[in-house]
Write a protein that binds this ligand. Structure first.
Ligand code: FAD
Ligand code: 2HG
Ligand code: ZN
Length: 484
């Protein structure tokens, strides 16, 4: 499937599960939270794309921080490798074992612990599903600062551990801005209480940031405190067509200028992405009468319906006059708005249905974003379908290469070219999905040797036996004996 998944070997220093281990976990968690059933394990061993598959024999379902702590303390003492798992919607093979690692899924830790209606600060356990937090907040008149297509399955702990970006980052910023505190359990079982609920706290290093985006490599996140914005009454969604990529870019600048503080999403998709959505998603239809080269989805969120609508209309008229958009519709009600969002949010699923897919999640300077899509198309010719879409407002391209089946000859044309190209343009080879197993040996394309060395020191300090999510992220350092 990818260079990493095929070339690594199980590390013999890790122990294998025996009957004493099972007895220990059963005493700790109770029978029904120690899963050895083959069907349940099959689901937990396989990622969302059905591309990465481990062979774990044990899935643990802790119900409290104390249980997580006891699990890790025991695994550390036995040198049993562990994969922290949330909703298992990750797209880089990080959430499933590579070999027989113990899977610790946080799904049973799903309680909201507190909500402050004045500050909008929510404290919850890490296993809460994003959509259930969205529903909880809706009843209080608030929203989550992040939204993504996987909301029905992903967990807030998984979101924090991947530093998920999503569809609202443009407006509310990343989880580094919105997570106010967290609780994490280290590999040796120590509980690190950093569950602050303060907007401001400059007392020493802000260690919670180490865990945001650390992909389960430094500890298991058990609780999260997050700043949530109020739900605003006026939301507008426009779906626009552009004839070329330059117009999409100019439209983004115009949107920033003319929509300013009400702009809440700026997403784009190309004709290939639209074609996939129309052909593979149930109930999806093109809201525009014809097909176009590019589509842009713009959302505004504000508090004054009339003035927000006027702003959007003025922006659309101006963009039409300037020739930036060739057609477009503004959703007239919530149903229309959500059917437009379904097109954009459904693209990963449409790609899955179309066959095998190579996914690249790149941060690239906005003016260069579509160059890599076109270069890739020229390189691959008819052997694959190259699809470009993503969070244009954040400079984040989702480059997907869709083929009837996985093919090493196609992969050899894509990699390392795509990583070298991104590095040359000082982009990031992972804008939001993380490194996981897919890019376990690729960190140097986006980080300096000195920064990576410091990361390895942090890893050694917090997880000296490297039991947490092995074979991923910093794999290259282990191979080159840079990790002690
Ligand atoms: P998992 O997939 O279970 O795990 C992901 C990583 O986090 C793994 O390395 C795992 O070990 C670690 N982990 C999980 N829980 C914990 C924990 N409690 N403590 C420590 N480590 C943990 N991502 C985006 O950024 N933006 C998007 O717009 C987006 N859209 C998506 C749309 C679809 C349809 C799908 C399938 C995925 C999408 N993703 C997106 C990717 C994915 O949903 C996110 O990365 C999400 O944040 C993962 O959460 P999860 O609970 O499923 O974590
Ligand atoms: C999205 O923005 C997700 O839809 C998934 O991050 C991207 O499938 C992808 O490439
Ligand atoms: Zn995305």
């Amino acid at each position: 499937f990818g260079s990493m998944a095929t070339k690594i070997q199980r590390n013999p220093k890790f122990a294998t599960i025996n009957s004493d281990d099972i007895r220990y976990f059963t005493d700790l968690l109770g029978d029904k939270n120690v899963i050895q059933d083959e069907d349940a394990l099959l689901a937990a061993n396989m990622d969302w794309m059905r591309k990465y598959k481990g062979s774990s024999k044990l899935l643990l379902l802790p119900r409290s921080t104390e249980e997580v702590s006891q699990i890790l303390k025991y695994c550390n003492s036995r040198c049993l490798a562990v994969v922290p798992q949330g909703g298992n919607t990750g797209l880089v093979g990080g959430s499933v074992p590579v070999f027989d690692e113990v899977i610790v899924n946080l799904g049973s830790m799903n309680k909201v612990l507190s909500f402050d209606e004045v500050s909008g600060i929510l404290v919850s356990e890490a296993g809460c599903i994003l959509e259930s937090l969205v529903n909880f907040l809706d009843s209080k008149g608030f929203i989550m600062p992040l939204d993504l297509g996987a909301k029905g399955s992903c967990q807030i702990g998984g979101n924090v551990s991947t530093n998920a970006g999503g569809l609202r980052l443009l407006r509310y910023g990343s989880l580094h801005a919105n997570v106010l505190g967290l609780e994490a359990v280290l590999a040796n079982g120590d509980v690190l209480d950093m569950l602050g609920t303060l907007r401001k706290d400059n007392t020493g290093y802000d260690l919670k940031h180490l865990f945001i985006g650390s992909e389960g490599s430094l500890g298991i996140v058990t609780k999260v405190s997050i700043l949530t914005p109020p739900k605003l009454s006026s939301v507008n969604v426009a779906f626009l067509a552009c004839t070329d990529y330059l117009s999409c870019q100019k439209l983004l600048l115009e949107a920033r200028r003319k929509l300013g503080e009400v702009l809440s999403a700026f997403e784009f998709l190309d004709e290939q992405a639209m074609d996939l959505a129309l052909n593979h998603l149930e109930g999806v239809r093109n809201p525009l009468p014809a097909l176009h080269k590019f589509y842009v989805l713009i959302e505004t969120t504000g508090s004054d319906e009339r003035s927000d609508r006027e702003k959007l209309e003025a922006f659309l008229v101006h963009s039409m006059e300037e020739g930036l958009i060739s057609d477009g519709v503004v959703a007239q009600d919530i149903q229309q708005a959500s059917s437009v969002w379904n097109i954009r949010e459904g693209i990963p699923e449409a790609l899955m249905k179309a066959g095998a897919v190579y996914k690249y999640d790149l941060s690239i300077p906005v003016e260069k974003i579509y160059d890599i899509v076109e270069e890739m198309r020229n390189k691959l010719g008819h052997s694959a379908r190259v699809v470009g879409y993503g969070h244009l407002g954040d400079g984040n391209l989702h480059l997907n290469i869709s083929c009837p089946q996985y093919d090493d000859a196609v992969l050899a044309q894509i990699e390392p070219f795509v990583y070298e190209w991104t590095s040359k343009h000082r982009g990031s080879i992972s804008a939001e999905h993380g490194l996981g197993l897919m890019k376990a040996d690729k960190i140097f394309y986006s980080k300096s040797p000195a920064a990576v060395q410091l990361m390895a020191s942090v890893k050694n300090l917090l997880d000296p036996n490297h039991i947490l999510n092995p074979y991923k992220q910093l794999q290259e350092l282990i191979e080159h004996n840079l990790m002690v």
